[in-house]
Design a protein. Structure first.
Length: 188
């Protein structure tokens, strides 16, 4: 297949640099105050008969939760409400299949934690009545696609030795069977 005939997949980047966040090359409004990464162990919990509590068996790791806090202030670039509207547009921006957008991260903090891809999963906002600003909390969840192992079953061709053994076993089984009823044919 010719490489020029393949569809190119576009990589949508999420960057955190110098107090700014960019999604797909477009700068989000506001100033980044904090970036947090939360990782947890995944447990299988089972109730134990006759005992209080549950048995916990570790089963790997949960996808990491990433949160970022942005301050949206009213300034010469617009009101905090205009900036929140723009931020909500980024949150609800679908991919080509109308699913939530997946982003490849370039942030050193996230890469140090092993996070490579994320999905913008939650947007919260809170207004402060003392100042003319909105505090927006963005949440991302790590996206780790499942690894699918493809195994092909191969038909084994029996060797001549194996065929001889199978024939021998079949003959032994037939000889142990009950003898057939013998019919006597009389001459008249």
């Amino acid at each position: 297949m010719n490489i020029s005939n393949k569809k190119k997949q576009s990589v949508t980047l999420l960057t955190f640099e110098d107090g700014l966040i960019q999604l797909g090359g477009k700068e989000l409004p506001g100033f980044l105050e904090e970036l947090r990464v939360d990782g947890k162990v995944k447990f299988d919990e089972q109730a134990i008969d006759g005992a209080s509590g549950k048995k916990k068996t570790p089963q790997g790791w949960e996808d990491a939760d990433i949160s970022a806090t942005l301050y949206l202030a009213t300034d010469q670039d617009g009101t905090c409400y205009d900036k929140l509207t723009a931020l909500a547009g980024f949150f609800q921006q679908p991919d080509a299949k109308a699913n939530p957008q997946m982003y490849t991260v370039t942030n050193r903090h996230l890469l140090a934690r092993g996070v490579r891809q994320v999905i913008f999963s939650r947007l919260e906002s809170a207004e402060n009545m003392q100042t003319d600003e909105i505090r927006a909390s963005l949440a991302f969840v790590e996206h780790r696609p499942p690894i699918i192992k493809t195994e092909q079953a191969q038909a084994k061709t029996p060797t001549s030795k194996e065929l001889a053994q199978q024939a021998k076993e079949k003959a032994a089984t037939a000889s142990k069977a009950e003898p057939e009823e013998v019919l006597k044919v009389g001459l008249e």
